[in-house]
Design a protein around this ligand. Structure first.
Ligand code: AMP
Length: 542
């Protein structure tokens, strides 16, 4: 017998309808690219998204067309997402930090026919547009008065272009498994791989994110998505915030410590989300300039491992709860979040930090397991590492055009490429990317654990650990360190600081001091570049 309930297709347009009807006055505040702070609300965002959908239809955009965005987080970018999905097209977020050749490659792969672009990124398009023949129109996210001079053809200012349509439009209806969005993973080897979200997966992902042990956003929250919409589906926040009726504070192009601090305080932000590098800049700003974070309750930190010292500073100095999270572009992106189950609720001090430093546990909607190389499940003992594999309704089942599909196993599990262990209470901790883990004499050393420890030293701004060739042990750890401005620390100081906190054989064989550590387009330490940089490095122990 079938259930007799209604079929209510899970379409993204339903989210903005809900927000406009039930939280219509909730603010969407943006630092505009033109400069001033711009204020609007969900009712108005919906009205303009309807216009946008109609205007796209006038351009001939139809179901399944790919529409690119190359833009910072602002209200206009949000309108673009809802207008695009509302006409049945697919938003394709392009990361402006990629090399122009990579951008051209992914735009060609996706065959984008129109792009919404921030004026600051026009030079990128000027360089690559001739190489992307599918691209027929360029809409610059500003008005005619601010439109920069450009050599490009078919360029129009957004506001005037949008004004050519009215909002008399009904959202298109189609099957909920229809594609809604696309995001390419910034793979370190090979070409980028396209992840294609569906309307259904976006809605279910936001409902997953809304659980009490996850983001739990309410209409009392004022959320600042610092994580750009172009990084891993914007961590789902473009759907989760309006679904929960939370206000959105969009930082635009300015993500330095002082600008983020200014918005956090002035806009009474209660919750925010971004990669550790952003919070490093904020905390360094606060250390220098002073200041408090009176309304800021919780911060989701993920994308790369959140250092223990950062969790401590947020908690002890600013009374902000850190929710360490792990996820991937392929997972829409949330996988696990670190909230306290009753088993850990009474912890404090270092024991609490031990737990807070893990990537946490999955909400309903994510299944996970850790296996050895022969796909045998490993015990959840908090020690035994293995390959982390996941399943769920918002986890990719295939890459666009099937390229790189070997990570999707026959039994439906996605091999994340991360190495992790899980404790008896289900708390997962990433020890490394499979390709970064150091194999020393057949045993594995976690580079993330070593980095975490090193950045706990008061004179260290950033640290990275890579494996360097060793005649006896195959590989041994080299610690690469950026010192804090105006501070000096020696190799001996650092090693003494780490001594006793990790197994002896995990201790780095050497320390190299550098001015900066290379980062990927999504703010992760670029280990491939570091490994090339130190390819000929001779360890003193070799
Ligand atoms: P991306 O798809 O660009 O977000 O990258 C996903 C990858 O980032 C994961 O497979 C992990 O290797 C890494 N990652 C994400 N969050 C964390 C975290 N909290 N700790 C450690 N690594 C993380």
């Amino acid at each position: 017998m079938q259930g007799l309930m209604q079929h209510w297709p899970l379409l993204c347009s339903k989210v903005i309808d809900h927000a406009a009807i039930h939280h219509g006055k909730r603010e969407v505040v943006s630092r505009s690219l033109e400069g001033p702070i711009h204020r609007t609300n969900y009712a108005e965002i919906r009205r303009r998204s309807l216009k946008l959908a109609k205007r796209l239809e006038q351009e001939g955009v139809v179901l399944g067309d790919r529409i690119a965005t190359l833009a910072w987080n602002t209200w206009r970018h949000l309108e673009c997402w809802y207008g695009i999905v509302g006409v049945g097209a697919i938003y394709h977020t392009v990361n402006p930090r990629l090399f122009p050749e990579q951008i051209a490659w992914i735009m060609n792969d996706a065959e984008d026919r129109l792009i919404f672009v921030d004026m600051t990124f026009l030079p990128i398009l000027e360089a690559i547009a001739p190489k992307v023949p599918s691209l027929k129109k360029i809409v610059v996210l500003t008005d005619a008065a601010h439109l920069p001079e450009t050599t490009l053809a078919n360029v129009v200012p957004y506001e005037e272009w949008l004004a050519e349509a009215d909002e008399d439009f009904a959202w298109k209806e189609f099957d909920e498994t229809t594609a809604a969005g696309m995001c390419y993973t910034s793979g370190t080897t090979g070409n980028p791989k396209g992840v294609v979200y569906s309307h259904r997966s976006n809605i279910l992902h936001s409902m997953i994110a809304q659980q009490g042990d996850a983001m739990a956003l309410s209409s009392r929250d004022r959320v600042m998505p610092v994580v750009p919409l172009f990084h891993a589906n914007g961590w789902g926040l473009a759907f989760t915030c309006p679904m929960g009726g939370a206000a959105m504070i969009m930082p635009g192009a300015k993500m330095d410590g002082a600008s983020i601090y200014e918005l956090l305080v002035a806009e009474r932000v209660t919750m925010s989300a971004a990669v550790p590098t952003i919070w490093l800049m904020l905390l360094q700003h606060l250390e220098k300039a002073g200041g408090e974070l009176p309304d800021f309750e919780r911060v989701v930190i993920g994308g790369s491992a959140c250092p223990r010292a950062m969790i401590r500073t947020f908690q002890d100095d600013y009374d902000v709860r850190v929710i360490h999270a792990w996820g991937m572009t392929e997972m829409s992106p949330l996988g696990t979040l670190c909230s306290l189950k009753p088993e850990y609720a009474s912890l404090d001090g270092e024991a609490l930090l031990d737990v807070a430093q893990t990537q946490g546990h999955p909400p309903f909607g994510i299944e996970m397991k850790v296996t050895d190389d022969e796909n045998r499940a490993q015990p959840w003992d908090g020690r035994t590492f293995g390959r982390l594999k996941v399943k769920g309704p918002a986890v990719a089942g295939s890459y666009y055009k099937g390229i790189g599909n070997e990570v999707f196993e026959d039994d439906g599990w996605f091999d994340t490429g991360d190495v992790a262990h899980v404790d008896p209470n289900g708390y997962m901790q990433i020890t490394d990317r499979a390709k970064d883990v150091i194999k020393s004499g057949g045993e594995w050393i976690s580079t993330i654990d070593l980095e975490n420890l090193a950045v706990g030293h008061p004179d260290v701004a950033e640290a990275a650990v890579i494996g360097v060739a060793h005649p006896k042990w195959d590989e041994r750890p080299l610690l690469v360190v950026v010192q804090k401005e105006g501070r000096t620390v020696t190799k001996e100081d650092l090693l003494a600081f780490m001594e006793g906190k990790i197994a002896r054989w995990w201790m780095p064989d050497d320390v190299a001091f550098v001015d900066q550590i290379p980062h990927t387009a999504t703010g992760k330490i670029q280990k491939t570049t570091l490994r090339t940089q130190f390819a000929d490095y001779r360890l003193p122990t070799a």
